[in-house]
Design a protein around this ligand. Structure first.
Ligand SMILES: CNc1ncnc2c1ncn2[C@@H]1O[C@H](COP(=O)(O)O)[C@@H](O)[C@H]1O
Length: 367
């Protein structure tokens, strides 16, 4: 694609779907800085300025330096109701300003003991903030309001009882008719070096007895993110849980690839996987070898038996908005306007919201 063809697409105005965004990782450094300034002035934090800890322009966090950012910094700064609301609102505004019309935000329920909040309070606060945002901030112009749904994450480092608690929260805040902002799915995320994901089957296997009671609750799994979490044994187990979508999909063997494609091409149950691919994150974090041209998006995007959705993962850390991810695929893989619009629209098939939302998106997304 030449520069002039690329210029014909306004990637920010392009209505987009974001399906793989971690709440805490999507908070901009500016927002963290604003929260820090207020807490510092009130004598409520002894943390360093986030703009010093994570300087603007630094995006080369690898999997060893990335996860501690949360435990050593973000979670210590966002530790009460005010900062959780403030940061959630800021994340919603940032996605909407970037032309996202449908967002699935994911987060790991976290207690905030100093503020007297338990994990249920955390989830309720995030859902309330989303509902209030949707009620209060209709767009001045553009294709339409951004609608958001929530996914609750199980962290690979969790114990089974902790994961079961996340499922209880999902059961509580899921609404099968999808009329309101609600919890639509469970996710498995966290440091891929944490072993023993097999224990999570009672929570994440869609055929587990508790999950059968709530069939409209969906599942997405971080999948083959690092070599240490990509044995055929682990990946076959994850697929046997029948997730609806899988994220990253980097270190896979031919056998696993064929298994992924087979479900979309199957005749009995033709249910193509949604593949949540995160280019900048994978390149900046060194999760793939090589640059953007080598990203496995190139191998997957034309695969008819899967639905590829490009996503940001942690825009606050890796610094690339969804509009920029689309510009990157146009540039590095030569997608023209029609292909970009088709790529963005195809995501509708694998969102976790109900038919009303899908119909709205079919109306407003570009053809
Ligand atoms: C590199 N890609 C990734 N792979 C795996 N897990 C990731 C991730 N990016 C983020 N997280 C998970 O999301 C949490 C932060 O958001 P929440 O506090 O849940 O909103 C991190 O602690 C990590 O467990």
């Amino acid at each position: 694609m030449t520069q002039s063809q690329k210029d014909e697409i306004d990637f920010t105005a392009l209505p987009k779907i974001e399906l793989h965004a971690h709440l805490s990782g999507s908070i901009s450094r500016q927002c963290l800085h604003e929260i820090w300034l207020k807490k510092k002035a009130e004598g409520k934090t002894d943390l360093e300025d986030p703009l010093v800890v994570m300087p603007e322009g630094k995006h080369d966090y690898d999997l060893k330096t990335f996860f501690p950012l949360f435990s050593t910094y973000t979670y210590r700064l966002i530790d009460d109701a005010w900062s959780l609301r403030y940061s959630t609102l800021s994340v919603l505004r940032d996605f909407a300003a970037d032309g996202v019309v449908y967002l699935e935000l994911r987060t790991t329920p976290r207690e905030m003991p100093a503020a007297g909040l338990d994990k249920e309070d955390y989830v309720r606060l995030v859902l309330d903030t989303i509902s209030q945002y949707e009620a209060a901030e209709p767009p001045a112009s553009g294709p339409g309001m951004m609608h958001t749904r929530l996914i609750l994450s199980v962290d690979r480092r969790n114990t089974l009882p902790e994961a079961q608690h996340v499922l209880s929260l999902a059961e509580k805040f899921h609404s099968p008719d999808d009329r309101n902002v609600n919890v639509v799915a469970l996710d498995l995320c966290g440091d891929p070096s944490a072993p023993d994901i097999y224990k999570f089957a009672p929570v994440l296997d869609s055929r587990a007895p508790r999950r059968r009671l709530i069939p409209t609750l969906k599942t997405t799994l971080h999948f083959a993110e690092a070599e240490c979490s990509s044995s055929d044994a682990e990946l076959s187990t994850l697929l046997s849980w029948q997730p609806d979508r899988i994220g990253h999909v980097i270190h896979i063997s031919q056998t696993i690839r064929e298994a992924i494609v087979a479900r979309g091409g199957g005749t009995d149950e033709k249910r193509p996987y949604g593949l949540e691919l995160c280019l900048s994150c994978n390149v900046h974090a060194g999760m793939i070898s090589g640059g953007f041209e080598e990203h496995h998006f190139g191998e997957w995007w034309q695969e008819k038996d899967c639905v590829v959705v490009i996503c940001t993962d942690d825009v606050g850390v890796f610094g690339s908005k969804l509009s920029n991810e689309y510009a990157l695929v146009a540039h590095h893989f030569g997608l023209g306007r029609a292909e970009i619009c088709a790529l963005a629209r195809r995501g509708i098939d694998v969102i976790f919201a109900g038919e009303d939302e899908k119909a709205r998106l079919r109306e407003i997304m570009w053809t």
